[in-house]
Design a binder for this molecule. Structure first.
Ligand SMILES: [Zn+2]
Length: 346
């Protein structure tokens, strides 16, 4: 990578909002603090965030299948508490926000704003009152399900199997969406199956996002969205976030240039399919979470095509090299997701 391109990317990231719409931070912080670590974000992430010029990061709250159903609620609440405690000593640099006003204040004061989102509503079981309880804990977004079935919906895939999972939203899933819209929580359709996506189109009135999904056209994987789905999401004012997980983007981590090049393919395709106002970043970097506990075994590990957030600069520089215009890149790196969050937050 030419130094001049990297410097150009660095300047763009410094001067403009940078957003990662999906990062499994709360789960990792919880696991690490349980085993005695402290200041997890400060020691492991703050430097990389600063290098990327990151301004907004959505931390998912992810409950592993082994905790379900009995411990789902416990784990989700404990993850939120652990993240809050971990961020407390560095509140002048990063903190959880739950309103548009808090988000804008964080941006103005150059603090990183963290939004909380439930990656699957499994922790609420069948009780929609718990949506309100999570809202009061600061959660502002949610996907109905992770890649597994629950009382609301079905996930898009089963680890290791390449087949479509049929079945739309349940009645309770539709009611959950209505309740979320009433509360002012945004909906995330990453991990939802195709039938569920169709149902979302008929029962939502607010824009929704796919925080960490790529284009099926570039890499056929049920975690990715077809062109018609990307367009439907965009028409409603949503944003799709570029996923940097190797299995979802369709590349291997090494050689590095090929990994970044594949991410560029996905990013350029998302920009053209969704339109340049509807694509962003939702990197889904998971190496830290996978390493934080032996209990968690995903389909693949050490699969992140960007080794840390600082490498976002390599991606932006590569996109500039391909001829992506600066004003388009500004929207992709965070402008679009920031506008979305500013619109949906109360
Ligand atoms: Zn995910």
């Amino acid at each position: 990578m030419e130094e001049v391109l990297l410097e150009w990317a660095k300047a763009i990231h410094k001067e403009n909002p940078v957003v990662d719409a999906h990062f499994d931070l709360a789960a990792e912080v919880y696991h690490r603090r349980l085993s005695g670590e402290r200041d997890v974000v400060q020691r492991r992430y703050l430097e990389h965030f600063a290098k990327a010029g990151l301004n907004v990061c959505v931390s998912s709250v992810f409950v592993p299948s082994g905790d379900l159903p009995e411990k789902g609620l416990h784990t989700a609440v404990a993850q939120i508490a652990a993240l809050r405690e971990d961020l407390e000593p560095i509140r002048d640099r990063i903190g959880i926000v739950s309103s548009r006003e808090e988000l804008n204040l964080a941006l103005k004061e150059d603090r990183i704003a963290v939004l909380l989102s439930l990656e699957g509503l499994d922790p609420i079981g069948t009780d929609l009152y718990l949506l309100r309880a999570f809202y009061d804990l600061g959660v502002r977004g949610a996907g109905l399900t992770w890649s597994r079935p629950n009382p609301l919906a079905r996930g898009c895939c089963k680890a290791g199997e390449m087949r479509e999972i049929p079945g739309g939203l349940t009645e309770l899933g539709r009611e959950a969406i209505a309740k979320m819209e009433e509360l002012g929580m945004y909906l995330d359709v990453s991990h939802l199956n195709n039938d569920g996506f169709e149902d979302v189109l008929t029962c939502t009135s607010r824009p929704f996002i796919a925080s960490h999904s790529n284009a099926w056209r570039i890499h056929p994987n049920y975690r990715n969205l077809r062109d018609d789905q990307i367009k439907a999401l965009a028409i409603r004012g949503g944003v799709i976030g570029l996923n940097a997980c190797g299995t979802i983007a369709g590349a291997y981590v090494y050689p590095r240039e090929q990994a970044v090049s594949r991410l560029c393919d996905q990013a350029e395709y998302l920009l053209s399919a969704a339109g340049e106002d509807h694509a962003g970043f939702g990197f889904d970097l998971c190496n830290g979470l996978s390493a934080s506990t032996p209990r968690l075994t995903f389909e693949t590990e050490e699969d992140d095509l960007l080794l840390h957030h600082g490498e976002t600069l390599l991606l932006s520089a590569a996109l500039l090299e391909r001829g992506v215009k600066e004003e388009t890149l500004i929207k992709l790196i965070g402008g679009n997701f920031l506008s979305y969050f500013q619109t949906v937050l109360a």
